[in-house]
Design a protein around this ligand. Sequence first.
Ligand code: NAD
Length: 294
Amino acid sequence: VRKAAKKQAAGARAPARAAVLGAGIMGGGIAFSSALAGIPVRMKDIRADQLDLGMTEAAKQLGRRVQAGRLSQARADAVLAAITPQLDDAGLDAADLVVEAIVERLAVKQQVLAALEPQLRPDALIATNTSSLRLADIARPLARPQNLVGMHFFNPVPAMPLVEVVRGPQTSDAAVAAAVAYALAMKKTPIVVADGPGFLVNRVLTAYFNAFNELVAEGVDFTAIDRAMEAFGWPMGPAWLNDVVGMDTGAHVGDVITAGHPKRMRAIDANPVHRMVRAGRLGQKSGAGFYRYE
Ligand code: NAD
């Protein structure tokens, strides 16, 4: 797959300077992976506590690598220094590529990207990390929709090799090639996919989660399902995976993809993930989801 990706990069270069909007579960991991690849990155959030979280997580990741003898302390310090956490827009005008990793709401992404675009160089690219929304919709308010591409990373970003590079109906070949080159620079495995609800991986995963939700709604013990899927060989079962992803994000993504494939998927009555969101049990990030985290 990486060989095919090298062809798709078509000689394009990874960005020399990158930026990430959002320092949450995904944005923090993307900024870290960029810095680790030697590409300096500005990490913007609207919440200082989220910036702290992103930096703490990056420092933790680096500490592990230093302890395992995979990285020198000097190199770890340089990687951390390559991430600039910020609440303002400083330096975004110098970025070659900005990854958007904010909340999975179409109206919010449209509004934030429309405000961002005039601050960027005309040739700068915007890569959205959306899990489920169509690029065609996100691009609607943009003056340069050809510069919008999808870069769908997986969670946890430093550990997951796959990146779906999404070609929207207006995305330029140059934008696709640059996103592939960026993913390759991060030692990821990019695949180019078409624009559609859930792209490839989450479309498959939503069918899996829907089956899980149906079983739990029928009263099956979720821990038994997790144990079965782990014994099957998956690194974690669906309940735990929901907790890792974040229940609010997972619920919304599942709804969008289910609605986007009305002939193939149907909504679940008494969806346990919806119940969990209403109860504020958002998974690991809120201290409790299907499981409790101390
Ligand atoms: P999150 O809630 O952990 O983080 C989102 C961050 O964006 C928060 O820190 C928030 O303060 C910040 N933010 C909100 N508005 C902003 C703005 N205007 N400018 C800068 N920052 C802003 O969410 P997440 O799980 O990291 O998800 C982010 C995106 O990644 C979503 O589109 C989601 O669908 C996608 N995604 C999530 C996962 C996952 O497993 N969680 C996997 C793949 C893709």
